[in-house]
Ligand binder design. Structure first.
Ligand SMILES: [Zn+2]
Length: 400
C-alpha cells in the first residue's frame, strides 16, 4: 500500500507534536493515522529530520497542483526550522520568525504607540494618566458573564448570516462556545472537523462590550472557523488533499489564519454599520444605552493601534534578555496594559510554541491591508478562505 504525500505530511506533523505538544493545532483526518504514529513512540529528532528532507524532495518532484506544491514546500521549510529549534539550535528571534512564518518582523518605534495614546487622550474621560483613563473607560463598558451569554447569540446570528451571504458557508457548520479560565490567550478556536469548532473564551479578566463583535468575527464568522470549514470543504472533501486535515502552529499559513481573523469584522461590517449596531441593539441589551456608540468604536480602534507592542516585548524577552518585570512595565507604559494583562502577555511569549506566533497577528493584518488596498476586497478574502496561501503568494499578488 502506498501512502499519499498528504498523509505522510500529516504523520510527520503528528510525530513532531510528540516533541512539541501543541504543534498540531488541529487534526481531523482518520484517527488510525494518529494512533499508528503514536504507537511508534517518540521518534528521534534525527530520524524526523531525515523523513522531512525525504518528503520535501519527493514533493518537489511530484506532479501536483502548482499552488498546492509551493504552499506545502514552504510549510515544510518551516517544519525543518522547528526541528532545528527542538534540537537546541539557537537563532536571533527575527531569523526564527522568518524561517517559521515567511515574514520578517521588525522593532516598532515607540512613537507609534505614543501617537495612538495622544489620539486616545482626546477620546477618553478626564483623569490623571492615560493608562488609568483607559481602565476607567473599559470598566464603564464591562459586561458580566451573564450579559455575554445573552449577547453572544445575537452577535453570532448576525455575523453568521453576513458571512453566509458573502462567502457561502458549508451546510451544517456550527460551533459551540465555552467559558474557560487560566489560559495564556484571551480566546481560542479549536477546529474538530466536519465543519464543527469549539470556541473558548477566557473570562479571567472582565470583557468590554466593544470587543465582542470583533471576537466572534475573529474566532468564528468570517474568521478561523469559517476559513477552516471552507478549506475542509474545498481542499479535503472536493480535492482530496490529505495534508489539509492537519493545521500547524508554527507555519507560514498561521500568518494568513491570523490576517484573515484580524480583518474579519471589517470585511463584513462597515464602521457606520458597526456604530449603528451598538447604538440600536448591543448597548441597550447590556443596559449601556447612555454610552455613545461612535466614541466606543473610535476608542476601541485607536487602542488597537498599540497591538505591535507585544512584538517589541518579545524581542526584549528573547534577544535583549530583559527581565519579565521590566517587560511588564514596558507593556503598561506603551501598551496601556493593566498589570494582570501584561503578565498574561509575558506568559504567552515565554511559551516556545507561541513566542514567535505573536507576530502573526499584526504582520498578518498589515499584509492583508496591503492586498485589500488594491481593491476587490471580497474576492481576495474569498480566495484566502478557500485556497492554500502563504505570505510569499500574497506579496506576489500585491506585486512587490
Ligand atoms: Zn486568532
Amino acid at each position: 500500500m502506498t501512502i499519499s504525500l498528504g498523509e505522510q505530511f500529516v504523520r510527520l506533523s503528528i510525530a513532531i507534536d510528540g516533541h512539541l505538544p501543541g504543534y498540531v493545532d488541529s487534526f481531523f483526518g482518520p484517527t488510525t493515522w494518529k494512533e499508528e504514529v503514536e504507537k511508534e513512540g517518540k521518534i528521534p529528532l534525527e530520524t524526523l529530520k531525515q523523513r522531512t528532507d525525504a518528503l520535501y524532495a519527493e514533493i518537489s518532484h511530484a506532479d501536483m497542483d502548482a499552488q498546492r506544491k509551493s504552499f506545502t514546500l514552504r510549510e515544510m521549510a518551516a517544519m525543518k526550522m522547528s526541528l532545528r529549534l527542538l534540537s537546541g539550535e539557537k537563532f536571533p528571534l527575527a531569523d526564527e520568525v522568518t524561517a517559521l512564518y515567511d515574514v520578517t518582523p521588525a522593532w516598532k518605534p515607540e512613537s507609534i504607540f505614543e501617537e495612538a495614546q495622544r489620539e486616545l487622550s482626546d477620546l477618553l474621560p478626564a483623569g490623571d494618566n492615560i493608562v488609568e483613563r483607559l481602565q476607567v473607560w473599559n470598566k464603564s463598558i464591562e459586561v458580566t458573564n451573564d450579559q455575554i451569554r445573552e449577547l453572544l447569540p445575537v452577535i453570532v446570528q448576525r455575523l453568521r448570516s453576513l458571512t453566509h451571504e458573502k462567502f457561502n458557508l458549508p451546510e451544517g457548520e456550527d460551533f459551540t462556545l465555552e467559558f474557560v479560565t487560566d489560559q495564556p490567550w484571551s480566546a481560542y478556536n479549536w477546529y474538530r472537523g466536519k465543519y464543527q469548532s469549539l470556541i473558548q473564551l477566557n473570562v479571567d479578566m472582565p470583557i468590554a462590550i466593544s470587543r465582542l463583535p470583533d471576537l466572534i468575527a475573529h474566532e468564528g464568522y468570517p474568521g478561523h472557523h469559517t476559513e477552516l470549514c471552507i478549506k475542509e470543504e474545498k481542499l479535503i472533501n472536493q480535492n482530496g488533499w490529505d495534508e489539509f486535515t492537519v493545521n500547524l502552529i508554527n507555519a507560514p499559513s498561521c500568518v494568513l489564519n491570523e490576517g484573515i481573523a484580524t480583518s474579519a469584522l471589517d470585511t463584513i461590517v462597515s464602521e457606520a454599520e458597526l456604530v449603528n449596531w451598538f447604538h440600536d441593539e448591543l448597548l441597550p441589551r447590556a443596559n449601556l444605552s447612555h454610552i455613545d456608540a461612535g466614541r466606543l468604536i473610535s476608542i476601541y480602534q485607536t487602542a488597537n493601534k498599540v497591538g505591535g507592542v507585544v512584538g517589541n516585548a518579545t524581542f526584549m524577552l528573547h534577544d535583549q534578555k530583559t527581565s519579565e518585570e521590566e517587560i511588564v512595565k514596558y507593556l503598561q507604559k506603551y501598551g496601556m496594559y493593566q498589570e494582570k494583562q501584561a503578565q498574561r502577555s509575558v506568559k504567552f511569549i515565554t511559551n516556545p510554541l507561541y513566542r514567535s506566533y505573536i507576530f502573526t497577528y499584526h504582520i498578518g493584518k498589515e499584509l492583508l491591508s496591503g492586498l485589500f488596498a488594491k481593491g476587490d476586497r471580497d474576492q481576495h478574502f474569498a480566495r484566502l478562505l478557500a485556497e492554500p496561501v502563504n505570505p510569499t503568494m500574497v506579496r506576489e499578488w500585491i506585486g512587490k
